[in-house]
Design a protein around this ligand. Structure first.
Ligand code: C2E
Ligand code: CA
Ligand code: CA
Ligand code: CA
Length: 268
């Protein structure tokens, strides 16, 4: 149609990345995407030590009318520079709450530190959860760290309020971020997700194996769960089990899929 034609002209030229005009263009397209229902959540299963599906992580996808499926790395960073990230975040929570019943497991949503900076974030989240009528203990908030999270009073109050609501909080990409160890001191949380860069080299890097073991030890002491992400081989899974991880996620076990294509027999 006419709209798609307009979009085609300047759509996502990679040479324009980092360019201010490109940023504004993506922002405008994203606002349109929200209105025109171009966003989707794909779900990736997380397995417990018993190898049963214990939760799913919701991962945002953008089905652009011209560009096709756009991964979040191409637009989350731009959304984080404005109120767009809050709008996207709201859409994600509403969609995930609606999908919870079908999934039959708890669901983890990704939340940017930029959202936690808003003083009414937890209150709005609580309102959405109440409106959806879901059990709040079935929603997990993963704090990603694409932008460094300041362990400030507002962030801390939001995380406390989220846990008071009954939701669980996970620290995402643990070990890869700007301030992982500081988070351990500054925040109360329920789950650590070991960054997949440590999992990737588990076979041949002794230091990475030591770090994974140390993170598991810390998690045990704190009595929080450890999810290993990016598990791509059986050997990695074996090493992670031995190290004491409590849950596993990765292409070896299951890829992110649209809800309609997900095999949810194990969760029924
Ligand atoms: P993340 O939260 O660390 O999500 C895991 C990413 O690793 C996903 O990429 C997933 O598809 C990918 N992955 C899963 N298993 C494997 C594996 O075995 N090997 C490899 N190499 N990769 C694997 P995706 O979906 O492209 O998302 C990238 C990032 O975008 C996420 O990283 C998260 O930080 C961000 N993101 C995704 N959805 C949202 C959202 O709704 N809100 C926000 N704020 N950020 C989101
Ligand atoms: Ca995540
Ligand atoms: Ca992660
Ligand atoms: Ca990440």
């Amino acid at each position: 149609g006419k709209k798609a034609g307009r979009r085609q002209v300047i759509a996502f030229d990679p040479d324009m990345l980092g360019d201010e005009r490109h940023r504004r263009f993506v922002e405008r397209e994203l606002r349109a995407a929200l209105l025109m229902d171009e966003l989707e959540l794909h779900y990736q299963p997380v397995f417990g030590t018993d190898m049963r599906v214990r939760s799913h992580e919701a991962l945002l996808r953008w089905r652009h009318p011209v560009r096709g499926m756009i991964p979040p790395i191409q637009f989350i960073g731009i959304a984080e520079e404005s109120d767009l990230i809050d709008k996207l975040g709201e859409w994600v929570v509403r969609r995930a709450c609606a999908d919870l019943a079908v999934l039959g497991t708890p669901v983890a949503v990704n939340v940017s530190p930029a959202q936690l900076r808003r003083s009414d974030f937890a209150r709005q989240l609580g309102a959405m959860v109440a409106e959806a009528g879901i059990d709040p203990t079935r929603l997990i908030v993963e704090i990603t760290e694409n932008v460094p999270m300041i362990a400030g009073a507002v962030e801390q109050a939001n995380l406390d309020a989220i846990r008071t609501l009954g939701l669980k909080v996970a620290i995402d990409d643990f070990g890869a971020g700007h301030a992982s160890l500081q988070y351990l001191r500054g925040f109360a949380f329920d789950i650590i997700k070991i960054d997949r860069s440590y999992v990737a080299n588990l076979g041949d890097n002794r230091i990475d194996a030591m770090i994974v073991g140390a993170i598991c030890d810390i998690a045990r002491s704190l009595q929080v769960d450890v999810i290993a992400e990016g598990v791509e081989t059986e050997q990695q899974l074996e090493k992670l089990r031995l190290a004491g991880c409590s849950a596993f996620q990765g292409y070896f076990l299951g890829r992110p899929q649209a809800l309609s294509r997900l095999d949810i027999a194990s969760a029924a």
